[in-house]
Design a protein around this ligand. Structure first.
Ligand SMILES: [Zn+2]
Ligand SMILES: [Zn+2]
Length: 80
């Protein structure tokens, strides 16, 4: 009998590593479903495909909308 090791998905690993950002994301998703929060275009370039960025994870509904490129650029700058 072989033991099947379930490899955690990348998403699960990310959740473990960033529990606060995961919770903040859930808050945003719920708020959008409820119509409390609406997706805005990227604050930098105006692209409509945007992601929520949290300047402060303790304030999960305070988000900045950024496209993938500008979101990544922002985090790259933060980690340096
Ligand atoms: Zn952008
Ligand atoms: Zn972000």
């Amino acid at each position: 009998m072989t033991k099947v090791e379930r490899k955690p998905t990348r998403q699960q690993l990310w959740r473990k590593r960033h529990p606060k950002s995961y919770l903040a994301h859930l808050c945003v998703q719920n708020a959008m479903r409820l119509g409390v929060l609406t997706r805005q275009p990227c604050a930098v370039c105006g692209a409509t495909k945007s992601e929520a960025h949290h300047p402060n994870y303790n304030d999960p509904l305070n988000v900045i909308w950024l496209c993938r490129r500008h979101h990544r650029a922002l985090h790259a700058r933060e980690s340096k």
